[in-house]
Design a protein. Structure first.
Ligand SMILES: [Fe+2]
Ligand SMILES: [Fe+2]
Length: 185
């Protein structure tokens, strides 16, 4: 039965994303005192407080949304969720954040922690490195005062309410980057 989440509801895409985020509250991150929803909220809150635009904030909050179904390749799955509705640089960064995150924990699993170096010459290398350092890697703190999901709901609705794959939104190969104060690894 199609109800309020059916195709007649202009917010159906956003509702599905928000539902998935709420489910993420049931999953504690192994080795950490926070759950997957809180990790997303904390990443999004840090982005919000760093004064970046809505594409980055939503991208930061949703960077792990694919983790529930595809933990091994969740970076790519998360990127596919947001790709039709955010700037190219944001979906590229989310798509590659897993490789860049290896810097922080890869050695514990016998992985190459410098695997990101294959992208050294990519124009978004510094952006992805900063994204990981400032918003992802730092967002496992149970004491960080993070915004509730309600703060982000209007932003999720705005982004997922856009026309899919609109070139004016995607801005392929354009880079706005991230604020320099986020630091470069
Ligand atoms: Fe991740
Ligand atoms: Fe993450």
């Amino acid at each position: 039965m199609r109800c309020s989440r059916g195709w007649k509801n202009p917010f159906w895409r956003a509702d599905r994303v928000l539902d998935e985020l709420r489910r993420a509250a049931d999953v504690t991150l192994e080795g950490y005192q926070i759950n997957r929803l809180q990790h997303g909220l904390q990443s999004g809150t840090r982005a919000l407080r760093d004064g970046v635009d809505i594409d980055w904030v939503v991208g930061a909050m949703l960077h792990d949304i694919g983790d529930g179904l595809a933990p091994q390749n969740h970076d790519r799955m998360s990127a596919e969720v947001i790709r039709p509705f955010v700037r190219w640089e944001v979906s590229w960064t989310v798509e590659h954040h897993g490789i860049f995150q290896s810097l922080y924990y890869g050695h514990h699993y016998g992985w190459d922690r410098n695997a990101r170096d294959r992208y050294r010459d990519h124009p978004l290398f510094d952006t992805c490195a900063a994204f990981c350092e400032a918003w992802d890697q730092s967002s496992f703190d149970p004491n960080y005062p993070m915004e509730p999901l309600e703060t982000f709901e209007p932003m999720v609705r705005e982004v997922f309410g856009r026309k899919a794959y609109d070139p004016a939104v995607i801005r392929e190969n354009e880079m706005t980057g991230l604020p320099v104060h986020l630091g470069m690894a």
